[in-house]
Write a protein that binds this ligand. Structure first.
Ligand code: ATP
Ligand code: MG
Length: 527
């Protein structure tokens, strides 16, 4: 009677431990204690097989003194096991356990062991140490084995749980690290997950977003697709066979700025076809839209820039061909010179466009093996441009020991042309243009200083971007594609140098300060 009550109590305690949220170590300790007490043993231990290297490690002990732990642990590991030999006193085992008992300072006569099986695999073992040689009834043995089975279940559950946790951590990491925005909506379209990428796009942090209704955060200002999520749902989305919904447009961020987004909504349906949640994948289309706008700018600028020289050439050529007029040799010469100059402009423009597209496609190559005389290039550039203006005077200021630079002469000529033509173009009232060279320990610099209209601070960041022209009356009235500085920067950087600019000190006469562009090139290493 007493036996049956105890039996029930132990089983109850174990099943309670199994269903409670104790960690595996605590559950195993309860099981080993029950096993020991049930047969009035002295002590017990549970060892578990490592799923990877299959060696046995202690997972729980009862009645064994902790302070001698390291003495008996090695004896418990790596014991041979044969199927069908459980519940038997095995000489090898008993011998070893005598030593364990000695080490642990408990008197022991007999050791029982109970295998913990998961299907066909042995995942662990319960050892029970007894002080005398008692016979264990088959009833009691059966019950002990059921303790071992419970322990096996506990281990299996714990491992499954750990796998689930690991899987969840992996999914969380994907969600957190994804460069695309991801959010998960509940059945009422409330936001349940909101990842950092989406926070960056929308300006809402996860804590502020979670729990809010979808429509409160996803405020479309302009839709490019027919419908948004709410309208689509009202129209019966998702239809059976659950298809994705794509919504694209401009969205108001939390700070009321606009951002171009595309959102793909994927419904999750349960087995009855009821939608339980929606996973939304959000992509920032701003760059794509900018690229599109750039293409448009490109076409309008280029067609304008191509049209001007072509119509001049056509006009002059047509005039020269008129049969009713006779042109003096001087006039013919002058007209032909204009045609030639405009043809050169066209060629330059086409060159620039080709370079820009080579830069974009990554096939931009430099021949860095010319010995380039920068002061000479500067002088040639000045000679070329001074015939085009009588408002500007040029000053060349290079020290006599200015070293040769190793580079691509044709490309560096382009750099000079761009900087000097800008200095002229953007100082319409004329003034001085100084081209100065400086020698430093590891690099040389060349600067081009003008007394022109200057570059306002808020536009500094745009200046080297392709097709960017500052929005002032002058840019609108002067020719240019906005490619000059973009290419200049690329060329200088391909030489291992860099380019920058600053506004000059404001002169006392109230004139605008003008701008100085400076580029550096690494000095040749002649050692
Ligand atoms: P391109 O050189 O292709 O014919 P661009 O001169 O307009 O055209 P960039 O040389 O790239 O293009 O210059 C970009 C813009 O920077 C110019 O449109 C102008 O607004 C501004 N800028 C460049 N240099 C100066 C300068 N020295 N002073 C004032 N503004 C300048
Ligand atoms: Mg230019």
């Amino acid at each position: 009677m007493d036996y049956r009550i105890r039996q029930r109590e132990y089983l109850l305690a174990i099943s309670r431990a199994l269903t409670s949220e104790l960690d595996l170590g605590d559950v195993l300790r309860i099981i080993v204690q029950a096993s020991v007490e049930f047969i009035s043993g002295r002590a017990g231990a549970i060892v578990l097989a490592d799923p990877i290297d299959h060696t046995f490690r202690i997972a729980a002990i009862y009645g064994l003194p902790r302070e001698h732990f390291e003495r008996y642990v090695p004896l418990l590991q790596g014991l041979p096991y044969e199927e069908g030999s459980e519940n038997e006193a095995i000489p090898e085992l008993t011998w070893r356990m005598q030593k364990v008992a000695q080490a642990a300072e408990i008197g022991v006569a007999q050791v029982l062991r109970l295998p913990m099986m998961s299907g066909e695999t042995l995942i662990g073992m319960i050892y029970v140490f007894q002080a005398g040689n008692y016979h264990i009834s088959s009833d009691a043995a059966g019950l002990l084995q059921s303790f071992a089975d419970q322990a096996a279940i506990a281990v299996k559950n714990a491992r499954l749980y750990q796998e689930v946790i690991a899987e969840k951590q992996r999914l969380d990491a994907i969600l957190e690290q994804s460069a695309d925005g991801i959010m998960i909506l509940g059945p009422q379209l409330e936001i349940t997950r909101f990842n950092p990428a989406l926070s960056r796009m929308t300006g809402w942090d996860a804590a502020g977003a979670v729990g809010r209704p979808h429509e409160e955060l996803i405020r479309w200002q302009k839709l490019r697709t027919d419908q948004d999520l709410e309208t689509a749902l009202a129209n019966g989305w998702p239809l059976p066979g659950a298809v994705h919904l794509y919504v694209e447009g401009e969205l108001l961020r939390r700070d009321n700025k606009l951002i171009s987004l595309g959102i793909t909504y994927a419904p999750l349906l349960n087995h009855r076809g009821v939608m339980t949640s929606i996973i939304a994948n959000v992509r920032d289309l701003t760059r794509y839209r900018e690229e599109e706008a750039l293409q448009k700018t490109f076409i309008s600028i280029v067609s304008h820039e191509l049209k001007t020289p072509v119509s001049i050439i056509k006009g002059y050529a047509g005039t020269l061909r008129r049969r009713d007029a006779h042109w003096s040799a001087d006039v013919q010469d002058e007209y032909l010179a204009v045609i030639e100059e405009e043809a050169d402009n066209l060629a330059d423009l086409i060159d620039n466009l080709l370079e820009a597209s080579r830069l974009q496609s990554g096939t931009f190559k430099l021949e860095l093996n010319d010995e380039v005389d920068l002061p000479k290039l500067a002088a040639e550039t000045v000679r070329k441009f001074s015939s085009q203006t009588d408002r500007h005077n040029f000053v060349l200021d290079f020290p006599p020991d200015y070293p040769m630079a190793l580079g691509d002469e044709r490309r560096l000529t382009q750099v000079f042309n761009n900087l000097v033509s800008n200095a002229i173009k953007y100082s319409p009232d004329g003034g001085q243009i100084v081209i100065r060279g400086e020698v430093h320990a590891n690099y040389v610099t060349v600067s081009v200083q003008d007394q022109g209209i200057g570059i306002p601070a808020h536009q500094h960041h745009k200046i080297f971007e392709k097709f960017s022209r500052l929005d002032n009356a002058l840019s609108r009235n002067t020719d240019g594609t906005g490619l000059g500085l973009f290419l200049t920067k690329a060329i200088v950087e391909a030489h291992g140098g860099s380019i920058w600019f600053h506004s000059n000190e404001r002169p006392t006469n109230g004139n605008p300060p003008g701008t100085t562009f400076t580029f550096s090139l690494p000095r040749e290493n002649r050692s």
